[in-house]
Design a protein around this ligand. Structure first.
Ligand code: ADP
Ligand code: ADP
Length: 228
C-alpha cells in the first residue's frame, strides 16, 4: 500500500529527524511506535505533504489507479489522504455540524444534498450525531478527536494518518477512539503514530518502532516487542 525508502530529513537547526526510514505499510491499521522526539511527527508531516524530505521516496499504491509518488504528486496525495495532526485545533464557537459542513465545502463537496448526506453519515459514524449542534468549545478531548476523524474522513481517503491521537484521553474515551480507528482500518490504511505501546498491541496487526529517526524493527506487534 505505502512503500517508504531511505527517507531523510535534517532540520535547519541540525536535528536529523529522519535518518534513512524504510517501511512497507500494508492496508489496515499500522502502528508507528516511538518515544517523544523519535521522528514520528516529522514522518507523518512528510507523508501528509506538509513538509519536504531531503532524500528518499514514498510510493502510495492502493491497487486501483496509478501509483502515486507521495513526495512529488502532492495534489494526488491530498485527494487520497486524511490527516489528523497532533496539534489539531478547532474553532470553539462553531458547532460540530457547521464546521464539518464548512470543511466538506472546502473538500469540493459542492452539491448540497450530497454534502449533507456525507456529513450526516460521518457524524453518525463517529458517534457525535446527538451533539452535532453543540459548540466545539464544550467538547471533551475524546469528542474533539472523534470530530477530527470525521474531518479526516471527508473525501473518502484511501490512507488516514493519525498523529498521537490518544494523548490526554481518559481510558474510556481512549477505548472508544481506538475502536473507531479499528472500524475505519477495515476499509482503508490507517497509520497510527503513538508513544503508547498498548495503542499498538491492542489493535494494530503490524507496526514499526522508531527511535532517533531510524526504524528499530517492524512486523507483528507481539513478536516484534518480544524480540526487543
Ligand atoms: P516555521 O519556522 O516554518 O514557522 P516552525 O519552526 O515554527 O516552522 O515549526 C513548525 C512545526 O514544528 C510547529 O508545529 C512547531 O511546533 C514544530 N517544532 C518546531 N521546532 C520544534 C522542535 N525543536 N521540536 C519539536 N517540534 C518543533
Ligand atoms: P516525535 O513526533 O516522535 O515526537 P518529531 O518528529 O516531532 O518526533 O521530532 C523529531 C526531532 O526533530 C526532535 O529532536 C525534534 O525536536 C526535532 N524537530 C521536530 N520538528 C522540528 C522543526 N520544525 N524544526 C526543528 N526541529 C524539529
Amino acid at each position: 500500500m505505502l512503500t517508504i525508502r531511505d527517507l531523510t530529513k535534517t532540520y535547519a537547526n541540525g536535528v536529523r529527524a529522519l535518518d534513512g526510514i524504510s517501511l512497507d505499510i500494508p492496508r489496515g491499521m499500522f502502528g508507528l511506535l516511538g518515544p517523544n522526539g523519535a521522528g514520528k511527527s516529522s514522518l507523518m508531516r512528510t507523508l501528509a505533504t506538509l513538509q519536504e524530505a531531503d532524500a528518499g521516496s514514498a510510493i502510495l499504491d492502493n491497487g486501483d489507479g496509478p501509483a502515486i509518488d507521495v513526495l512529488r504528486d502532492k495534489d494526488a496525495v491530498r485527494r487520497q489522504l486524511g490527516y489528523l495532526p497532533q496539534d489539531f485545533g478547532v474553532y470553539p464557537k462553531v458547532s460540530a455540524l457547521d464546521l464539518l459542513e464548512h470543511f466538506a465545502v472546502l473538500k469540493g463537496l459542492t452539491n448540497r444534498k450530497q454534502r449533507r448526506e456525507v456529513v450526516d453519515g460521518l457524524l453518525h459514524q463517529v458517534n457525535l450525531w446527538n451533539v452535532r449542534k453543540q459548540k466545539l468549545g464544550g467538547f471533551s478531548g475524546g469528542m474533539r478527536q472523534r470530530f477530527g476523524i470525521a474531518q479526516a474522513l471527508l473525501g473518502d481517503p484511501r490512507l488516514v494518518i493519525v498523529d498521537e491521537p490518544t494523548a490526554g484521553l481518559d481510558p474510556e474515551e481512549r477505548n472508544r477512539f481506538l475502536n473507531l480507528l479499528a472500524e475505519i482500518g477495515e476499509n482503508v490504511a490507517v497509520i497510527l503514530s503513538t508513544h503508547i505501546v498498548e495503542d499498538v498491541t491492542d489493535l494494530c496487526p503490524s507496526m514499526a518502532i522508531v527511535n532517533k529517526g531510524k526504524v528499530l524493527l517492524s512486523g507483528e506487534p507481539n513478536a516484534a516487542i518480544a524480540a526487543l
